[in-house]
Write a protein that binds this ligand. Structure first.
Ligand SMILES: C[S@@+](CC[C@H](N)C(=O)[O-])C[C@H]1O[C@@H](n2cnc3c(N)ncnc32)[C@H](O)[C@@H]1O
Length: 387
């Protein structure tokens, strides 16, 4: 996944969402001010330890969520799906796919998925059978309206052959005996809302719902507490014969498992919709500059350890830290995290990618020399981006 490319939702998505939120042009000053007020209240609920479900009980807050957090979360799917499509095409194969979205909110990840396909999977005709579930009936209504509006108004949108939006609890998920399972299961910003003691149960239910070659994508806010929740889920994967595909390149214990202050997260730079900018201007928030998130992609039939990404495959997990005469960055493969250093006087083409590497890039690293507290990328070492 590279985050250097700027991702954007389609113009159709922006227009449909604006209409859905009652923000059609010409926009009076009162509309962004009202939405900004709602966004601040939602942020206060989430950061102040309030009960998250209160954010969705009030229709005004639900609209503010859809105008602001929905596009900020939907776009996070893009680099993840783009990397998946390069390595293990699912959407690009075309055909009919069964998709399940858990904790769907106002339809965030389903519309994100449709918009990704609209923009990037035009070569093979796709049809989706969609099931989405949320415990909040207002969110379910809103999700249905948005998905239907998107399908009706976005020219070239993939076809939605069936749409089932269910009000219910993910802890009640069960696979009917005869059902075939899902090709793709999504859950956005859900795991951190579950009680820690119930995450294992959720993992078990999800694994039972996935087709043998199905894919699971979990997205979480890029915060330390939500990363810890994601780790609890990650621990459950081997119990259900599920294997990590990303961001980790190798199975093993996460090196940040016990870290009190570092956590694995990405920052995606994007072209935000106008409404997000207007709300940022009024709240002082900065989602227009980039959105943080943690994520996990797993599959039932990923290659076994060692047969997938080579031992020299790593993911960049920091910015390039520039000091006098040298640059440093962290890479991780899922079980080991390394600090790499490259002196700026090194001119070798084999490691020329070092200077402009970005969080999320996958890279091949070989020949790095171990030093006391870092690995040195000398003139003979290789540091090459593969995405
Ligand atoms: C932060 S919102 C995320 C919405 C959407 N997935 C997104 O990424 O924008 C979390 C959603 O999960 C739902 N949720 C939380 N716990 C749930 C549970 N146990 N069962 C079903 N839905 C749940 C909430 O109602 C809410 O809509």
């Amino acid at each position: 996944m590279t985050h250097a490319t700027s991702h954007a939702l389609s113009c159709a998505f922006e227009q449909i969402l604006a209409r859905h939120c009652g923000c059609e042009e010409p926009l009076s000053e009162a509309v962004p001010a009202r939405l900004a007020d709602g966004v601040k209240k939602i942020a206060d609920i989430y950061t102040g330890g309030g009960e998250p479900c209160t954010a969705f009980k009030d229709p005004a807050l639900r609209t503010a969520y859809a105008a602001y957090y929905l596009p900020c979360n939907a776009i996070k799917l893009f680099p993840i799906l783009a990397e998946l499509e390069r390595c293990r095409p699912l959407l690009g194969r075309g055909g009919r796919l069964r998709v399940l979205d858990l904790g769907c909110g106002p339809g965030t990840l389903i519309v994100g998925l449709l918009d990704f396909c609209l923009q990037q999977c035009r070569q093979a005709p796709l049809a989706f059978d969609i099931t989405a579930i949320d415990r909040d009936s207002g969110n379910c209504r809103s999700a249905r309206e948005l998905i239907q509006s998107y399908c009706a108004a976005a020219p070239g949108a993939p076809s939605v052959a069936s749409l089932h939006i269910l009000t219910g609890d993910v802890h009640g998920l069960a696979m009917p005996g005869s059902a075939a399972g899902f090709d793709l299961i999504l859950a956005g910003n859900l795991i951190n809302e579950l009680e820690a003691g119930r995450i294992a149960d959720c993992a078990r239910r999800i694994a039972a719902l996935l087709k043998p070659d199905g894919m699971l994508v979990l997205l979480e806010p890029g915060t330390l507490p939500s990363f810890k929740s994601l780790l609890l889920f990650r621990d459950e994967l081997p119990r259900h014969a599920m294997r990590l595909l990303a961001p980790c390149m190798q199975p093993g214990t996460c090196p940040l498992r016990h870290s009190p202050d570092a956590w694995c997260h990405e920052k995606l730079f994007w072209s935000p919709p106008g409404l997000v900018r207007l709300i940022d201007e009024r709240t002082g928030f900065s989602k227009h500059k980039g959105v943080k998130f943690s994520y996990l992609v797993a599959s039932r039939n990923a290659p076994p350890a060692g047969a997938g990404a080579g031992a020299d495959h790593w993911r960049v997990v920091s910015y390039v830290i520039r000091n006098k005469g040298e640059e440093r960055l962290y890479v991780c493969n899922g079980r080991e995290r390394r600090l790499l250093r490259r002196l700026v006087r090194i001119r070798s083409q084999a490691s020329a990618d070092f200077s402009d590497a970005g969080r999320g890039d996958t890279v091949i690293v070989s020949g790095a020399e171990p030093r006391t507290d870092f690995f040195d990328i000398g003139s003979d070492a290789v540091f090459r981006k593969i995405s």
